[in-house]
Design a protein around this ligand. Structure first.
Ligand SMILES: C[S@@+](CC[C@H](N)C(=O)[O-])C[C@H]1O[C@@H](n2cnc3c(N)ncnc32)[C@H](O)[C@@H]1O
Length: 301
C-alpha cells in the first residue's frame, strides 16, 4: 500500500492534496479563508515559512521528510479536530499584516481592516488622531493595524483576558511598536483612563442561538471572545453606556456587532447609528460620534 508521505513530493503536490482532502471532508471555512484552496495555501505555505503570494518559484521544490510529516499531520488535525489552519500554523492575517495567534485569542477576520486601511475615511475628515483605544483587543490586530496607519498615535489595547493580553503583547513586540502601543488589563472601561480620539472595538457579540449552531471550528476559539448573552448585546450595552466619558470632542466610536445589529437597532431607536458598508464583505459595524453619544445621554437624563 502506498502512503501519502511516499507519493507526495513537491510543494504543489501538498497544496493539491490538502485542497482535495479539505473539500472531501466538508470542513468549515471562515477563519481568515473562505475556500479549500486558500486554506490549503495557508496551511502548506506557512508550515514551510514560505510567502502566501508570489510563491510560484517554490511550487516544484521537493520537501524533506520532516516537512512532509509536519504538513500531513496538520492536514489530519484540520480535518479530524477541525482546528482552523491559522491555529495550526500559529499565525493569522489582518489588513495584510501577520499576527501571532493561538487558542487564547480569536483568529483575526474583522471587516474593520478595510476601514482602518482607509485611515477611517471619510468619517475622520482631517481630525488629528493622537490616542486610540482598541477595546476587547484579543490578538491586538485592530489596535496594532491602526497604529501602523496613524503613525504618531498612542494606542491602548484593552482586554479582560490576561491570556489574550500576553498574545497581544507578543504582537506589539513583533511589529516593533512598544514605544507607543501598550496593553491594559481591563473589564471594558474599568481600568482605562483619559479620553481618546477613536475607540474601536470588535467585542464578543454572538447570541445564544448562533452560538449553539456554530461549526466545530469555533469551539477552538475562546468562548469569552464570542458569547455575549441571549441576544448578543451584553457587551455592546456596556460600551454604549460608557463610551462618551472616554471620547474627546469630535471623537469616534466604531463597534462591530455582526448579526446582532438588528437587536441593537431595536434596543436603541433614538441613537443615530451609521452602519458602515464594506467593499470586501462584512456587516454589522456601527459608528457614532462623541456628540451623538453625549446628546443621547443628556436626552435620557
Ligand atoms: C471577538 S474577540 C475580538 C478580538 C480582536 N479584537 C479581533 O478582532 O480579532 C473579543 C475579545 O473581547 C474580550 N473580552 C470579553 N469580555 C470582555 C470585557 N468585559 N472586557 C474586555 N475585554 C473583553 C475577549 O477576551 C476577546 O479577546
Amino acid at each position: 500500500m502506498t502512503r501519502p508521505i511516499d507519493d507526495l513530493i513537491t510543494v504543489r503536490d501538498y497544496l493539491r492534496y490538502a485542497a482535495t482532502r479539505f473539500t472531501e471532508a466538508g470542513i468549515y471555512f471562515g477563519h481568515g479563508t473562505d475556500n479549500p484552496w486558500d486554506e490549503a495555501v495557508l496551511l502548506v505555505m506557512r508550515s514551510l515559512h514560505l510567502p502566501l503570494e508570489n510563491n510560484t518559484l517554490f511550487l516544484d521544490a521537493r520537501l524533506i521528510r520532516d516537512e512532509r510529516q509536519l504538513i500531513l499531520e496538520r492536514i489530519e488535525r484540520r480535518i479530524h479536530e477541525r482546528t482552523p489552519a491559522a491555529y495550526l500554523v500559529g499565525e493569522g492575517w489582518f489588513m495584510g499584516l501577520p499576527f501571532k495567534v493561538d487558542e487564547r485569542v480569536l483568529i483575526p477576520r474583522s471587516p474593520l481592516a478595510e476601514l482602518i486601511q482607509s485611515g477611517l475615511q471619510p468619517w475622520l475628515a482631517d481630525q488629528d488622531v493622537q490616542r486610540v483605544l482598541d477595546l476587547c483587543t484579543g490578538s491586538g490586530c485592530i489596535g496594532i493595524a491602526t497604529a501602523t496607519v496613524f503613525e504618531d498615535a498612542s494606542v491602548d489595547l484593552a482586554d479582560i483576558s490576561t491570556d489574550a493580553l500576553d498574545v497581544a503583547q507578543s504582537n506589539i513586540e513583533f511589529h516593533e511598536l512598544t514605544d507607543r502601543v501598550q496593553v491594559i488589563h481591563s473589564d471594558l472601561f474599568d481600568s482605562v483612563a483619559g479620553q481618546y480620539d477613536v475607540i474601536i472595538s470588535n467585542p464578543p457579540y454572538v447570541d445564544a442561538e448562533d452560538l449553539a449552531a456554530m461549526p466545530e471550528e469555533f469551539r477552538h476559539e475562546p468562548a469569552l471572545g464570542l458569547a455575549a448573552g441571549h441576544d448578543g448585546l451584553d457587551i455592546a450595552h456596556r460600551i454604549l453606556a460608557e463610551a462618551s466619558d472616554y471620547l474627546n470632542p469630535g471623537g469616534l466610536l466604531i463597534v462591530e456587532v455582526g448579526n446582532s445589529w438588528v437587536a441593537l437597532e431595536n434596543a436603541y431607536p433614538e441613537l443615530p447609528f451609521t452602519w458602515l458598508e464594506f467593499a470586501h464583505g462584512g456587516e454589522g459595524v456601527f459608528l457614532l460620534t462623541a456628540e451623538d453619544l453625549l446628546q443621547w445621554k443628556q436626552s435620557k437624563a
